[in-house]
Design a binder for this molecule. Sequence first.
Ligand SMILES: C[S@@+](CC[C@H](N)C(=O)[O-])C[C@H]1O[C@@H](n2cnc3c(N)ncnc32)[C@H](O)[C@@H]1O
Length: 269
Amino acid sequence: MTFATARHLLSALVVAALAAAPVFAQTATQAKPFEPTVGQAGKDVVWVPTPQPLVEKMLDMAKIGPQDLHYDLGSGDGRTVITAAKRGARSFGIEYNPDMVELSRRNAAAAKVSPDRATFVQADLFETDFSKANVVTLFLLPSINMKLRDKILAMAPGTRIVANTFTMEDWQADQTETVSGDCVSWCTALLWIVPAKVEGSWQLGSNTLTLTQKFQMLEGTLGGAAISEAKMNGAEIAFTVSGQRYTGRVDGTSMKGTGPGGAFSATKK
Ligand SMILES: C[S@@+](CC[C@H](N)C(=O)[O-])C[C@H]1O[C@@H](n2cnc3c(N)ncnc32)[C@H](O)[C@@H]1O
């Protein structure tokens, strides 16, 4: 091989290598999908995944099923949404980080969950209308739970809210459960059931039922006698007067139930 031929061959190789470089770079980018890191920054809270045993427990507590519309606010890698969809719910994940949204969609596809059941939306949870949901899951921060609390309390009575670990301050949880065994951190779930608003005066037969309400807890009187063990469970009301138990259901300004004298109804004054 002459020197000229060798030089020609070398420059042809350099040109070929340069031309191929972007292809190699592209292939390398495609071959390495985004991998999340526990503790990575998020818009308002970092990403830490809920351990799968607690995801299952949270959805057990919500009694989630095919009749439910579920939102996970700050949905991370999509695990809660995918698990809810596997239980038959129509489930939405709201996640600000677009890489996490893409990852969630890949995870849902790998779990053979259809996008019609598990839908991931890149959005800010504070800008999202989740008012139609009847199950909401949260793993955020106490301060974020508090920012969402008024919106949550305005949801339909009976809506189930389940949070990993963090409280809603003076709105006490209706149920708290901790899982052990496979779960080593972030293993406690809290459930709240949005109570119907019943505060005020009601005409119950010939008596006045007067109720004051703090979240699901009630105080008051019936015909002047104090009520006790008085609580809302969504739209269901229960209280005791003079050792007699009353249970019923509230629908706006109407209440129907059973008391010591049999069926009763009451109307908001
Ligand atoms: C602690 S992780 C919980 C992830 C998932 N819900 C779980 O339980 O495994 C919180 C998630 O909220 C996301 N996030 C933070 N601020 C957000 C916002 N304003 N809107 C939507 N998502 C947000 C983060 O990117 C992160 O993925």
